[in-house]
Design a binder for this molecule. Structure first.
Ligand SMILES: [Zn+2]
Length: 743
């Protein structure tokens, strides 16, 4: 590898380390931001918690540069995304915090762009001797104990150096593995291109790990490994049931248990098993750090083939994606391209199977599969007991049943299916998506989205493939009628593995609410049960006598973004905090109402009409601040606003039926919130003050509006977009509300 490549990698990694390890180092990164570019191009793998802004800053780029370089039309990025970044060699030469400027490199030397393929990921950093702390990038299959052994340190040291509160690590995490004197760990095998070999140390280990895949949940994994959910949670120090694809979980902790082979999918590229030898397709599951070119090389194919076989329109792939990597053209009429058509064993390929299965691939949707197998959508759904059109990559579907198909599957008879000109575009749901967001993204309505995908609820899961465009040359876009059927969408059919808790968590309601809305006397639910997700709209919503009630108003939403800074929108930050506050309050027994639970546009009058109708005890509006453009970045701190008569102006005066008591209590609410927010976050305080705002003026109950920080201030924005700091804000708000009620 060239010296330059080495340096580049060190640079990009050291930046990440700075970002990941300690917040206090961020100031030094600012230096880079200010410097002029003399850059070549490298890649950066998005890590959990990364934002476009942070990545741009860390690479001395503007958001616009980063987005343009990567053809990003939005700020949406996801862990595992590979982004092109400028590598600025004149800013760092070693794996050290960027404190002083190094001597600039020869500009000529910097002008050659480094190609994606030449990126040599992580091993470079390991050989760097001049550092005070060595780092290691977590790979699939790693767990703390293994890494600790590898570097001759203790798990406790690892956790302490990296501020880890649990044992959960993720591929791509950068861990400090040595502090003080330079350490030279044994050179690593470049594992990117090869299946991870069982290394000697892991064979003696008594722990077995499993990498969470899309669609997994704790109960499912527990069953799979014959352990209890309690064991699973205890071994992994899990405090909740929330797991994410890519999480590495300890699933066995005794003596080497079963000679049973490990889950094959995530640890190795799919091995040609006996059955797949007769298959025409081979698949590969994308791992962290993979990119298209790398995979193409690995399988001796071209990127173009890879993209074409997988219907990829961009180069963006994500860990966990299943890609077709081999497609030898054998002219057999059978359309089954799955690698696991169980009843289609090598020995009997030509026999007409009684039933045939197909494994759903990314990009598939029901109609497509139906056409592919010459069956009707109705048949497909009925054979597979599907109540909606939602399928997931990896789902196995019955595509042939009983009577062998007589019609040529390649040319389905004209059924209820549209003409061949019919074309659709699909989108695979990613973590963090919700319907309104996707609808927005594709310029369609939520109703269209639900109708095209036969969704009866708003529930979607990462990995779901949704039809997002229905252009048909035959039928121009059908006229959309918004039926305004709010209630019909508000239910959920219990699936295997669901619990009241998991459903409540998913929909942002409490278990008690679910039970009350569904008249349940216990926590027992059964698969197929239809649960109401909101109180019957025809019944007037009431607040239990003994419950304190809070109205949480997430500022802005939908078409109204609020403040906008470095690609972040205020409405999103507001919603994030609001949802967490609402959930926590519910857990504490409050009755909570929210203006919005998603990215919908809310009329200003609804923000006071609704709480006034519900007569909640208090009203809290959640916002983020920003200075006007010419003063950008000059302010910081938390501010809480309330209404009083001193700010009245003609036409916008205190309402005649509002009492002094309501105003006094509103001020007290503001003060409690401000005090608790500052205490919980250690943030700067701008204090409280009256201001004439619609929501605090027109609400009938004590009301306050919090401005949680300045988005236009880069230092503050970093905190506001950091989940640890966000949790502090949430705590501050909860504490403030509790203090208000307890005095
Ligand atoms: Zn706002």
């Amino acid at each position: 590898m060239s010296n330059k490549v080495l340096r580049n990698s060190i640079l990009s990694l050291s930046m990440s380390v700075l970002a990941a390890v300690s917040f206090s180092h961020m100031e030094s990164v600012e230096l880079v931001f200010a410097q002029e570019t003399n850059s070549s191009i490298g890649t950066y793998t998005v890590k959990a918690g990364d934002g476009v802004y942070r990545i741009a800053v860390n690479h001395g780029m503007t958001m616009e540069e980063l987005k343009q370089l990567n053809g990003l039309t939005s700020d949406l990025i996801h862990p595992g995304d590979i982004l092109k970044v400028y590598l600025k060699e004149n800013t760092v030469t070693e794996n050290q915090p960027v404190k002083e400027e190094e001597e600039p490199q020869d500009p000529q030397n910097d002008s050659t762009p480094v190609n994606d393929q030449t990126e040599i990921s992580n091993q470079a950093i390991q050989s760097n001797n001049s550092t005070t702390s060595n780092t290691y990038t977590v790979r699939p299959g790693d767990y703390l104990n293994k890494i600790a052994k590898q570097f001759g340190v203790s798990v406790a040291q690892l956790k302490s150096w990296n501020n880890l509160t649990s044992d959960l690590i993720h591929p791509g995490n950068i861990l400090v593995v040595s502090k003080s004197a330079p350490v030279n760990p044994q050179p690593e095998q470049p594992l990117d291109t090869k299946p991870s070999q069982p290394d000697p140390s892991s064979q003696s280990n008594k722990t077995k790990t499993y990498t969470v895949r899309p669609g997994d949940y704790l109960n499912k994994i527990a069953k799979q490994f014959g352990i209890s959910v309690t064991q699973l949670k205890s071994w992994n120090n899990l405090t909740s049931d929330l797991i994410h694809p890519g999480n590495i979980l300890v699933v066995s902790k005794s003596a080497p248990v079963n000679p049973q082979p490990e889950q094959p999918l995530d640890t190795k590229p799919s091995q040609p098993d006996p059955s797949s030898q007769s298959n025409k397709t081979k698949t590969y599951t994308v791992r962290p750090g993979d990119y298209l070119n790398k995979i193409a090389i690995q399988f001796g194919i071209s990127v173009t083939q890879l993209k074409s076989w997988n219907n990829l329109t961009s180069d963006l792939i994500h860990p966990g994606n299943v890609l077709i990597v081999s497609k030898s053209a054998v002219a057999t009429p059978t359309p089954d391209q799955s690698s696991d058509s169980e009843l289609n064993k090598p020995n009997q390929p030509s026999q007409p199977s009684v039933t045939k299965t197909y494994t759903v691939r990314p990009g598939d949707y029901l109609n497509k599969i139906a056409r592919q197998f010459g069956i009707t959508l109705h048949q497909l759904k009925s054979w597979n007991n599907l109540s909606s059109n939602l399928i997931h990559p990896g789902d196995k579907l019955l595509v042939s049943k009983a009577i062998p198909q007589t019609s040529n599957p390649e040319q389905p008879t004209e059924d209820d299916q549209p003409a061949p000109t019919f074309s659709k575009e699909t989108y695979t749901v990613r973590p963090g998506d919700w319907l309104a967001k996707i609808a927005n993204q594709f310029g369609i309505t939520v109703s269209q989205l639900k109708s095209w995908n036969n969704l009866s609820s708003n529930l979607i899961h990462p990995g779901n493939v949704l039809v997002v465009s229905k252009a048909s040359s035959v039928n121009p876009t059908p006229p959309i009628k918004e039926p305004e059927k709010l209630t019909s969408a508000n239910n959920y059919i219990v699936k295997s593995g669901d619990s009241l808790y998991s459903i409540a968590l998913h929909f942002g309601v409490s278990v008690n609410q679910l039970k009350s809305w569904n008249k349940l006397n216990s926590n027992v639910i059964y698969v197929g049960q239809r649960l109401n997700l909101s109180p019957d709209k025809t019944v007037k919503q009431t607040i239990p006598v003994n419950s304190r009630s809070v109205f949480i108003d997430a500022g802005h939403g939908g078409a109204e973004a609020g403040a906008s800074s470095y690609g972040y929108l205020e409405k999103d930050l507001n919603l994030n905090i609001s949802r967490q506050v609402a959930d926590k309050l519910r857990q504490q027994g409050y009755t909570v109402f929210e203006t919005r639970k998603d990215d919908s546009t809310v009329a200003l009058t609804r923000r006071d009409d609704l709480p006034n109708e519900l007569k909640t005890d208090i009203f809290v509006s959640i916002h983020h601040n920003a200075m006007p453009k010419h003063l950008r970045g000059t302010a910081s701190g938390i501010l809480t606003l309330y209404h009083d008569r001193s700010v009245d102006v003609p036409g916008y005066s205190t309402l005649s039926h509002h009492t002094d008591e309501k105003l006094t209590q509103g001020k007290r609410l503001a003060q409690e919130l401000q005090k608790s927010l500052v205490a919980a976050t250690g943030g700067a305080s701008q204090g409280t003050r009256p201001q004439n705002l619609h929501v605090t003026r027109t609400t009938d109950m004590p009301a306050a509006l919090v401005e949680l920080g300045y988005m236009d201030n880069p230092t503050e924005l970093k905190k506001l977009t950091d989940s640890v700091y966000q949790a502090k804000l949430v705590d501050g708000l909860i504490n403030g509300i509790n203090s208000y009620f307890n005095k």
